[in-house]
Write a new protein. Sequence first.
Length: 239
Amino acid sequence: MISSLTTLALALAALPAALSQNTGDAIVYDTLHNITSLYGTWSTGSGNVVTGSNFAQPSEVSFTYPATTGVSFSFSEDHWFEVAQYSFVSNASDPSCITGYMLWMHGTFTEETNGSLVLTPNGDGYQQVQDACAAVSNFIENTNVTIYIPWWTIGQDTDKGFTLKLQKYDLTYYAPFYQISTTPEMLPTQKLRNVSTVEDLTSSRKRSFEEKRNDASTMSHSSSLLLAGGAFVVGLLSL
């Protein structure tokens, strides 16, 4: 099996080529491109996964588990971001071995003139990984990787309102994000925990979480936001 570090190295090695492939136009806020601001909170699917204190408690390195899976992004006017994810990834070779992930990360972002977003982590992100078929079935680890989104746009859904589309590094798209709030629901924009080693993180603060799926959460390894082993690169893989 290829290790998570090897997978991550290969993914990051491909990043310069992905950057050069960006075909996005400069961001223009108009009805033909973005009909509202990026700033606020966005969530996929049923909207049960939302950034902020109701999802992650960094000081305790813990999570509150939502009713269904999904992903949420928040963006603030002072260029901070936060991401929350609850997902399950199927194993093609053994369908009974389903891996669950809870992830939280925040940091700062830049809006590039070519239409891309670069999200730089603050260094205090973490995730919980649960895999009944693994040697260590339930653990928490640090996760802090720069996120690259080549292009994005905002449209409007007749039922759900404003809809955010985020492009992956390979120029395909994530599942749509729907606007939850025009005010970003975020934890304080500062370092929120002292980062320990991976070994120190796995403690009694973690607990098992049950599989809960929405209409977009049946996933394979190629469609997860996470790399095998828990390394996180949103620009590389998707829901």
